[in-house]
Write a protein that binds this ligand. Structure first.
Ligand SMILES: C[S@@+](CC[C@H](N)C(=O)[O-])C[C@H]1O[C@@H](n2cnc3c(N)ncnc32)[C@H](O)[C@@H]1O
Length: 249
């Protein structure tokens, strides 16, 4: 289950390499150009360094921090009722804060990230809140038991996997059947391709991602948008609520 699957290894089935045109030309090829272990080391160093420091500022300038916060309102992705929540690739902790704002008082949040520096930033932001625990981990090899969580949040992290399947399978494994997962990823638009250049990541095609999610046991429950304008003009990336398939106990 760990590491890239055959989808990435076989260049003839690689979704990025099959694309053509401006978006494909603009999109970063870094995730595809080196073995996964090497690329993951690069990503870790990237966020351990200056890029990681920038995430706070870019979140404010691009309005992403505020807009993403809207997705956590109860009428959008409702975290109320969940007691064991996972923030996957938590970065500087901004979504952990969003979760804490709406979650039940007795909910506990587990957050992990590849980068120790990002984890330090997250702990600082959250003032070492006792309702949150942080751990360094890679999404393709999670140190958690099956069905350990009833809710998972994974924002702008999956684009750092050349092949999403190993990460999605792990997130599905640690989520209990019937549990929900909020996924935000960069879409294969022109703006998405520009973002991929800046952050050295890939983008996703909505149909392709939907198919991989289904294959990993995650039902594409409903798309979400930052605002009505984003919904009409299909802006802001792919934001979706997924539900883990399987018998609910
Ligand atoms: C663009 S930041 C997003 C952070 C946060 N989720 C947010 O939306 O503000 C991407 C984060 O994913 C982390 N990351 C990248 N690849 C990862 C992996 N394989 N496992 C765990 N975390 C990873 C990076 O270290 C970085 O903190």
């Amino acid at each position: 289950m760990n590491g890239p699957s055959s989808l990435q290894d076989d260049p003839t089935t690689n979704p990025i390499r099959k694309r053509r045109g401006l978006r494909a030309a603009l999109e970063s090829k870094k995730p595809q150009r080196q073995p996964f272990d090497e690329y993951r080391r690069f990503v870790k160093d990237h966020y351990d360094g200056f890029a990681g420091k920038l995430t706070h500022v870019t979140g404010i300038i691009t309005l992403h921090a505020v807009l993403a916060g809207r997705v956590f309102r109860p009428e959008a992705f409702d975290v109320r009722g969940a007691k064991r929540i996972l923030d996957a690739g938590c970065g500087n902790g901004r979504h952990t804060r969003n979760i804490l704002r709406w979650a039940d008082r007795d909910a506990f949040i587990t957050a992990f990230d590849l980068s120790q520096s990002m984890l330090r930033r997250a702990r600082r932001q959250l003032k070492n809140n006792p309702r949150v625990s942080h751990l360094a981990a890679d999404v393709t090899r999670l140190p958690y038991a099956d069905a350990a969580f009833d809710c998972v949040v994974c924002c702008w992290m999956l684009e750092h996997l050349p092949d999403p399947a190993p990460g999605l399978r792990e997130l599905a494994r640690v989520l209990q059947p019937g549990g929900k997962l909020l996924l935000m990823v960069t879409e294969d638009t022109v703006t998405g391709a520009v973002c991929s250049r800046v952050w050295h990541c890939r983008t996703y095609n909505r149909q392709e991602l939907m198919r991989v999610c289904e294959e990993c046991g995650l039902e594409w429950h409903r798309p979400l948008y930052f605002t009505g304008i984003h919904r009409v003009f299909k802006l802001g990336g792919i934001i979706v609520e997924l539900v883990k398939k399987g018998p609910v106990s």
